[in-house]
Design a protein around this ligand. Structure first.
Ligand SMILES: Nc1ncnc2c1ncn2[C@@H]1O[C@H](COP(=O)(O)OP(=O)(O)OP(=O)(O)O)[C@@H](O)[C@H]1O
Length: 293
């Protein structure tokens, strides 16, 4: 059964519909990526799910006894507190027994890689350390559902990698819903994709479902240099796309199949570096879906 069911969720600000008739479910133990351009309604949605904002209409149903952790897009910290004091306070506010709160806070800070900075004032923390601390306050009470608003977007590639790895290790016993606009990362950790635009859900499904609906399979032929790729494209009647040293052919009713491409390459004795099937990346699909709206 679903851990959370969202039905026709709507939020209106004056005349503006920030979120419009959003419906989806979160299955236990899955990761869902909420993707959308700026202003799509991701923060508004997550704030309603975290019970920080009341919906104008629609319903959010939670499984009995579900505990929820939330990382806001811009978490507020108290710079004069130490990381340990702050996390312990978050634990208590989330209902952790006072006696256990300190130990739990220490364990969580260790888990997010802040064991060496536990007793430092947050005021001296870097952006990456604050992001880890934000995650710590969201998970310190061991929630079964974790809602994260842009947990990785503000980080550099190393920081993103580290937080993604932490999230993946949490995924074993936690259901995760996170918003992001870093689509390469989303592709790595997602059982369900939700694409939002202008407050509406414009596409959803598993990565494979979304890919098979939108991603045309294509063939990539790699040449030694861009000039050779260009020459090949010009000399053949197929619809091609040339980028750097490669020629791309879409595999559809009009395009050639792999067999025909291989036959052509060998009969013409083309000196190539390689030929392979490729699917479009999530980023390309997203741009296509958003543009098609
Ligand atoms: N408190 C508010 N009052 C009025 N309009 C709001 C308010 N909060 C959000 N909106 C509007 O609702 C829409 C959705 O905003 P939201 O912040 O949810 O988008 P988002 O997808 O999280 O964007 P971003 O990626 O930029 O964070 C925007 O058009 C925004 O201007």
């Amino acid at each position: 059964m679903s851990l959370m069911e969202v039905n026709n969720l709507t939020k209106q600000y004056g005349q503006e519909l920030a979120v419009e008739n959003l419906s989806f479910g979160l299955e236990k133990g899955t990761a869902t990526a909420l993707i959308g351009p700026n202003g799509a309604g991701k923060t508004t949605t997550l704030s309603m799910l975290a019970d920080l904002l009341s919906p104008s209409s629609g319903t959010i149903s939670l499984a009995d006894g579900l505990t929820v952790g939330f990382l806001p897009q811009y978490p507020q910290f108290f710079p004069w507190l130490t990381a340990l004091e702050f996390t312990e306070m978050a634990a208590r506010l989330s209902g952790v027994d006072t006696k256990k709160a300190r130990l739990q806070a220490m364990r969580t800070l260790e888990f997010v890689g802040l064991e060496g900075a536990m007793r430092k004032n947050i005021g001296a923390f870097s952006g990456g350390m604050k992001q880890r601390l934000g995650l710590a306050q969201a998970i310190v009470h061991d929630p079964k559902l974790l809602l994260l608003d842009e947990p990785i977007s503000a980080l550099d590639p190393t920081g993103r990698r580290e937080i993604m790895d932490l999230l993946k290790s949490l995924q074993q016993d936690t259901t995760i819903l996170y918003s992001t606009h870093i689509l390469n990362d989303a592709e790595e950790m997602t059982d369900q994709l939700l694409f939002m635009k202008d407050g509406r859900l414009i596409e959803h499904g598993s990565l494979d479902e979304v890919k098979s609906r939108h991603a045309n399979l294509r063939i990539r032929i790699r040449f030694h240099n861009p000039a050779e790729a260009m020459k090949f494209a010009e000399e053949h009647p197929w619809k091609t796309y040339v980028s750097a040293d490669s020629v791309y052919l879409s595999v559809d009713e009009e395009g050639p199949g792999m067999q025909q491409v291989l036959y052509t390459l060998s009969s013409e004795k083309q000196d190539i570096l390689g030929v392979e099937f490729q699917t479009a990346s999530l980023e390309e699909i997203f741009l296509k879906v958003v543009a098609g709206q």
